[in-house]
Design a protein around this ligand. Structure first.
Ligand code: ACO
Length: 340
């Protein structure tokens, strides 16, 4: 770690993603759930989702996405100084980021996990940016990855249709302050509304000997009050986006892209409508992948960069929201090189 210097700029310089091979369509789900393609499409905008197979662990997918992001940034793994892994479905509850560090051969980096469900990537990006801003680290990798298929009750139609698995990563590096890529941000949590969306420990008591009671437990499956989460998102996402636009003194009309957590097309449409942002500026890929939790924002970002839609200098308003409850927003400027 270096000594603290003055504030510096943060450049979002490279991106990558990795998807499981298996695509499960709405019709596939209708094979065992009382649901239909038309219900799922009309209520959520989702048509299919990817589901990880046994060899596609969280570490494997995250490492693939990370390698691609490093390559796009033109870095070697040894140049990395920090890896922040946003996930709520780790391979190891003690932390999975060090396994990714080892798989990459990023021997000079420190790596740790950060958990904030679907807000995880944005919270991790903002956290990583602070290390760069203060001069501690110059090259940071932020990974958003979730395999929520591990925690979905595949016989609960109200949950099973929503989620999918994916990994994606973005590199952040020091740059001149006039090229700064993080123009404003805000983060919020409200634990009083935690019950709307949880994956709680189910306790079980072990008594190895009389007089000794040990509280153990295991994780079950995701529980959600969909309507409450929906109402929360359509209220809080526009409010926090308005806050970051105001912070930066930027008008919604100047935005090149709206890049929201991909949970439901109706949430995306409601937020866009609030700011008068036309549909062609609203990034959406949830038809193909569903809600991939911490991965949705970098996955969509990478797809748009690779397709030449997001270009260097473009202004992006982003918001993540989900369990906690937690939500956040950032005004970003893409600084990466144009893919060849
Ligand atoms: N197929 C068919 N019918 C269904 C299905 C399904 N998959 N799921 C629910 N239904 C039924 C319900 O049983 C209900 O039937 P009833 O009227 O006979 O009781 C009816 O459809 C309507 O159910 P609602 O829950 O009112 O449907 P709604 O229009 O609210 O849509 C949805 C549900 C899609 C879950 C919506 O509330 C939503 O998207 N909420 C936000 C969820 C979300 O984004 N969660 C993730 C947050 S991010 C994170 O951190 C993980």
């Amino acid at each position: 770690m270096r000594g603290l210097g003055g504030p510096v700029g943060i450049a979002l310089s490279g991106s990558g993603s990795a998807l499981p091979r298996l695509s499960v369509s709405n019709d596939d789900l209708s094979g065992w759930l009382d649901t239909s393609d038309s219900w799922i499409r009309s209520r959520t905008g989702i048509a299919a989702r990817r589901i990880a197979a046994g060899d596609e662990t969280l570490t494997v997918l995250a490492t693939r996405a990370s390698r691609q992001a490093l390559e796009a940034a033109g870095w070697t793994p040894l140049q990395l100084e920090l890896i922040l892994l946003a996930t709520s479905s780790p391979d190891d509850l003690f932390g999975t980021a060090p396994q990714i560090q080892a798989a990459l051969g990023a021997d000079n980096a420190v790596a740790f996990d950060l958990t904030a469900a679907c807000s995880g990537f944005l919270f991790a990006l903002i956290t990583a940016a602070q290390y760069i801003r203060t001069g501690c680290y110059r090259r940071v990798l932020v990974v958003g990855v979730d395999l929520l298929s591990r925690w979905v009750d595949w016989h609960d139609r109200s949950i099973a249709v929503l989620f999918g698995d994916a990994a994606a990563a973005v590199t952040l590096e020091t740059c001149d302050s006039d090229r700064d890529g993080l123009l404003a941000f805000a983060m919020r949590t409200d634990g009083a509304r935690n019950g709307c969306l949880t994956l709680p420990l189910t306790p079980s008591e072990q008594c190895p000997r009389q007089g000794i009671s040990i509280q153990q437990g295991s994780y079950g499956s995701i529980r959600m009050n969909g309507q409450e989460v929906y109402k929360f998102a359509v209220r809080e996402v526009p409010a926090i986006l308005a806050e970051v636009l105001d912070q930066a003194g930027v008008d919604a009309a100047s935005l090149d892209w709206l890049l929201l957590h991909q949970a439901n097309q109706r949430i995306l449409d409601a937020a866009a409508q609030r700011f008068g942002i036309p549909a062609e500026k609203v990034l959406s890929n949830l038809a193909h992948y569903g809600n991939t939790s911490a991965a949705t924002i970098p996955l969509m970002l990478h797809e748009a960069v690779a397709a030449g839609r997001i270009r260097p200098g473009h202004l992006i308003a982003s918001s993540g929201f989900g369990a906690g409850l937690s939500w956040g927003a950032a005004l970003l400027r893409w600084g990466g090189r144009q893919p060849g």
